[in-house]
Ligand binder design. Structure first.
Ligand SMILES: Cc1cc2nc3c(=O)[nH]c(=O)nc-3n(C[C@H](O)[C@H](O)[C@H](O)COP(=O)(O)OP(=O)(O)OC[C@H]3O[C@@H](n4cnc5c(N)ncnc54)[C@H](O)[C@@H]3O)c2cc1C
Ligand SMILES: *[C@@H]1O[C@H](CO)[C@@H](O)[C@H](O)[C@H]1NC(C)=O
Ligand SMILES: *[C@@H]1O[C@H](CO)[C@@H](O)[C@H](O)[C@H]1NC(C)=O
Ligand SMILES: *[C@@H]1O[C@H](CO)[C@@H](O)[C@H](O)[C@H]1NC(C)=O
Length: 424
């Protein structure tokens, strides 16, 4: 019978998980390795090892009503696109409103999750966690586990020929918090995703010159939509998704013409190789202006590096590069889980949350997905489904003949089936 649930991480996914456990009458115990809740949105200027945060300047790329929890609207005084401090404030209010804090252990890092000896019949997990302040390690058994550690676990660094000869500083955007060390410098930003462009714009305010190197280009969307409305209100709607399903190529053309109205992608060297629907879009309103004023210049992919000189695949070279910032993305990381439980490389989880090979579904992953829309409402839906499935496992243990183990839910489909049969 599932009663106690270990929740790993207290970012937006972890908070939704705790709330939904309480709604279902389960007992959540949340472990958060940082000194505060909020995950990425708990910004700190000094770099925490192992932890990704936003930059000081990061503003949400989705408008506030679209990205909110369903049962907790953002304050009216927040701007339409919230600065990371507003989002953090919002998450704190959410935690206070639903009394979540007493279930959260801060400064506590989960270091290992393993099956208990009788896991096959009990579905239970042994969670080993460490108090970061006194290094004390404790093991505790839980009926279920919700892994809410996000998709920004492990930074991906590119490798370039001659990279070791570079005489300046090379960092990943994970280590980029403010433009403090970039005054007067010539900087190369590698990548054209949201983080890369955010960093490039921020650095360009103080640097001598900023270059962005991108292999595949990207379509640049804006927060500012036609008529001064939030752009995502137009795109992220039921009508929008219906049209997207029925007429994908038409929508692609519409998106391209919308993007091109503000910024001639070809002229400025953005050269997107993929269509807007294929690629991971970039949301930025300032890039066009910065390209127009020359504070930022576009470059193709990096070929090789030699000293302070960077050569690009088109044969052009730039000498005097002082620093390189790699906005080359992240991979999810579950160092505390046996790869037999979740194989990160396969990422074949049912609904992105249930590892398919498990016999009993008492371990779920929440928020481990990427999408073009808001993250928060989806983590809430996932948490609701997960906690309901946990309740079904209560039912299935009660209804199913314990001696006949083959009657246990063996696949997610079967869980869904039992769920519909007994709960709906
Ligand atoms: C720059 C940037 C801008 C973004 N803008 C938006 C936006 O505008 N709108 C939007 O919807 N999404 C946006 N996102 C996406 C973002 O992923 C989600 O908004 C959301 O923050 C994801 O929350 P999460 O709880 O899943 O993960 P995270 O926020 O990463 O939280 C994971 C938590 O788990 C903790 N943790 C990890 N490992 C352990 C462990 N072993 N033990 C204990 N605790 C652990 C971490 O300390 C962290 O607090 C943005 C992301 C970035 C990087
Ligand atoms: C971008 O282009 C390079 C080759 O130029 C290719 O190897 C790489 O896979 C592409 N990236 C993506 C995300 O498709
Ligand atoms: C989009 O992002 C995902 C995850 O980072 C990556 O695997 C994929 O290659 C990207 N696709 C393109 C076209 O850039
Ligand atoms: C917002 O930014 C995050 C982080 O870069 C990204 O994963 C997400 O896809 C972006 N959302 C949109 C709508 O571009």
């Amino acid at each position: 019978m599932v009663q106690t649930v270990a929740v790993v991480g207290a970012g937006v996914s972890g908070l939704a998980a705790i709330k939904c456990c309480l709604d279902e009458g389960l007992q959540p115990v949340c472990f958060e390795m940082s000194d505060d809740i909020g995950g990425l949105w708990h910004y700190k200027e000094n770099i925490d090892k192992d932890r990704t945060t936003t930059m000081k300047v990061t503003v949400a790329n989705i408008s506030k009503e679209i990205m909110a929890y369903s049962d907790f609207p953002p304050l009216a005084v927040y701007p339409i696109f919230m600065h990371n401090t507003h989002l953090k404030d919002y998450l704190h209010r959410y935690a206070d409103n639903f009394n979540l804090r007493k279930h959260i252990h801060l400064n506590t890092k989960v270091i290992q999750i393993t099956e208990t000896e009788d896991h096959k019949t009990s579905g239970q997990w042994c969670v080993k966690y460490q108090n970061i302040q006194d290094n004390k390690v404790t093991s505790e058994v839980f009926d279920a586990v919700m892994v809410c550690t996000g998709v920004f676990g492990k930074p991906v660094m590119p490798t370039f020929q001659g990279m070791e000869t570079f005489q300046g500083e090379i960092i990943h955007t994970r280590e980029y918090k403010t433009s403090k060390n970039f005054e007067g410098k010539t900087t190369l930003v590698v990548g054209l995703g949201n983080s890369a462009v955010d960093a490039a714009i921020d650095i360009s305010e103080v640097a001598k010159q900023v270059y962005i190197s991108s292999r595949n280009g990207s379509w640049i969307f804006g927060r500012l939509g036609p008529g001064g409305l939030p752009g995502d209100m137009l795109m992220l709607s039921r009508v929008g998704f219906y049209l997207l399903k029925k007429f994908p190529s038409l929508l692609n053309k519409l998106a391209m013409s919308q993007c091109s109205k503000k910024l001639n992608h070809k002229l400025f060297g953005l050269n997107p190789k993929f269509s807007p629907l294929q690629s991971n879009s970039t949301v930025n309103d300032m890039l066009g202006y910065k390209l127009l004023t020359g504070e930022i210049k576009m470059k193709p992919g990096v070929k090789q590096i030699c000293g302070h000189c960077v050569e690009f695949v088109d044969g052009s070279k730039i000498d005097g590069i002082d620093s390189i910032v790699c906005g080359t993305g992240y991979l999810p990381d579950f160092p505390f889980l046996d790869s037999g439980v979740i194989d990160v490389d396969k990422s074949n989880m049912y609904l992105g949350m249930f590892p398919p090979d498990r016999k009993v579904h008492t371990l779920v992953v929440i928020g481990c997905f990427r999408q073009k829309g808001p993250i928060i409402p989806v983590t809430e839906m996932q948490s609701r489904l997960a906690t309901m499935v946990f309740k079904v496992i209560v039912l299935s243990f009660r209804f199913v003949d314990q001696s006949n183990l083959s009657r246990e839910p063996t696949s997610c489909l079967e869980v869904t089936f039992i769920f519909e049969k007994f709960l709906c």
